[in-house]
Ligand binder design. Structure first.
Ligand SMILES: [Zn+2]
Length: 127
């Protein structure tokens, strides 16, 4: 069985220790709160997904970076598509993008943050 790469496990929101178990429960658009619910431990290897209280405080900085990249990409796209945009249009576009991408950036930032601190264990991947 081939193992996932670090990048693949981060992007598919998998446990960084075994790269098999899902980090998040499957969410439903009809229940927005469910988009943010995470398993307390890995369903595959039982690695804790909250190693200490307040662990994901640092994930806010990762989320800040993701949102900054989204802002810059949106601003460049708007400038190329509609060069005579108003400030109000730009602000409205950015607010809309932040709200629509919130579940994505929340999940991705937590996945990146957890992968920075939990090492891959190849023995857990083949269990
Ligand atoms: Zn795991």
């Amino acid at each position: 069985m081939s193992q996932r790469s670090v990048l693949s496990s981060i992007l598919t929101l998998r446990c960084p220790k075994c790269r098999m178990g899902q980090l998040f429960k499957s969410g439903k658009i009809s229940k927005p709160g469910s988009l943010f619910s995470m398993y307390p431990t890995c369903p595959h290897c039982h690695q804790s997904f909250e190693p200490e209280p307040g662990f994901y405080f640092g994930a806010m900085f990762v989320s800040y970076g993701i949102n900054t990249l989204l802002f810059i990409a949106s601003w460049i796209t708007l400038t190329l598509v509609y060069p005579d945009y108003s400030l109000l249009l730009l602000l409205g576009l950015l607010v809309g993008i932040v709200l629509l991408s919130l579940p994505f950036s929340f999940r991705l930032s937590r996945s990146i943050w957890l992968a920075l601190f939990v090492r891959f264990d190849p023995h857990q991947a083949i269990k």
